[in-house]
Design a protein around this ligand. Sequence first.
Ligand SMILES: NC(=O)c1ccc[n+]([C@@H]2O[C@H](COP(=O)([O-])OP(=O)(O)OC[C@H]3O[C@@H](n4cnc5c(N)ncnc54)[C@H](O)[C@@H]3O)[C@@H](O)[C@H]2O)c1
Length: 368
Amino acid sequence: MFNVRIYGAGSIGNHLAHACRKKKWNTVICDPDDDALSRTKDSIYPQRYGAWDNEIVLCNPPDAASKPCDLVIIGTPPDSHIPIALDLLNNHKHLPKIILIEKPLCGPGLEGCDELQQLSREKGVLVCVGYNHVLSRITEIATEYICSGCLGDPQTIVVNWVEHWGGIFGAHPWLAGPSDSYLGFSQKGGGACAEHSHGINIWQHFAHLLNAGRISTISSVMDREKNAQVDFDRIVQMNVVTENGLVGYIVQDVVTQPAIKLLRIQGSDGALEWQINKDSSHDSVRLWRDNEWQETLVAKSRPDDFAGEIDHIEKLLQSRAENSPISLQRGLETMMVVSAAHYSAQQMRSLKINYNSRLTPDSFISNL
Ligand SMILES: NC(=O)c1ccc[n+]([C@@H]2O[C@H](COP(=O)([O-])OP(=O)(O)OC[C@H]3O[C@@H](n4cnc5c(N)ncnc54)[C@H](O)[C@@H]3O)[C@@H](O)[C@H]2O)c1
């Protein structure tokens, strides 16, 4: 049985608390906002999962920090992720084995990422970033197909991760709109590029599986909304090339309804489609071979989206194996692409990402 401390009694804090409680882990949720703590107990948790769980401890962050734990989950707005993680690593006596930081890791400025990477190594604390879809059942099935070699040589990967953010505001009825949270500010980790960065991350995940390497070149366009209240990207379209020359594209937006969360790999001998929420209760993997689709539907509900991630964290807590598809390194790779996409759209040119530089956009992004 593990001890978990979750920062943030919001939407993701509740999802991950529920996933931890399914494993019977001791779970503390902390938040400086008393309204958020009350909302968790009185509405979010019981409405989503049927009843409040009296074993969950609700408190403020200083009270939570006084007790040692195995796992810290940071489920707060993106611009607070790195400051909370650095404070833990720099100032706390009892360090957890793992810190799981929600996506996106931070804003596109990547402030504090160098220090986080260094402290994680120095203090021996494994840091992960919560791109949960790489740990879903359909990703396992797609991986088996890819490893069987049935697709032949990879030709391209394309991703559409396009979803009107009405669903997010539906889950946050206390917010009046994007201006009320980080969502309406690209620099704080909101907007389509960072908020829907699951799209970039799943593209990168499958590129790694296909031995195509990291994204090294990017050219992007954005549709931005900027006024006195908000400043965010509504649509981002990214053309990318990997270190080994694989060409593809990623589209993310906060305007499309109904949503599409679809990755397609074209190989020389076949095609594969990986799709979240193919219908209201299934994810899907389809394989195109011999002129027909073979489809596997995987039944799932919203809580199942986090089960694979927490199963994986459990294995990491038990074994300390460091080879993880949600490692800090992978989360940083995704943020470097988010950052480069913003620069490319602003400068209207293709840019190169250098993975051997310091983690500041001025250092790792260069002209082609
Ligand atoms: N992986 C997923 O599918 C998924 C789903 C939802 C949200 N998220 C991510 O989770 C993060 C949070 O999103 P959300 O929708 O839960 O936000 P939210 O607004 O519902 O909740 C965030 C909570 O964090 C609290 N908070 C702020 N600073 C804090 C601190 N220093 N210590 C403790 N609590 C603090 C706020 O008071 C708030 O209650 C975002 O990065 C978001 O992108 C991921």
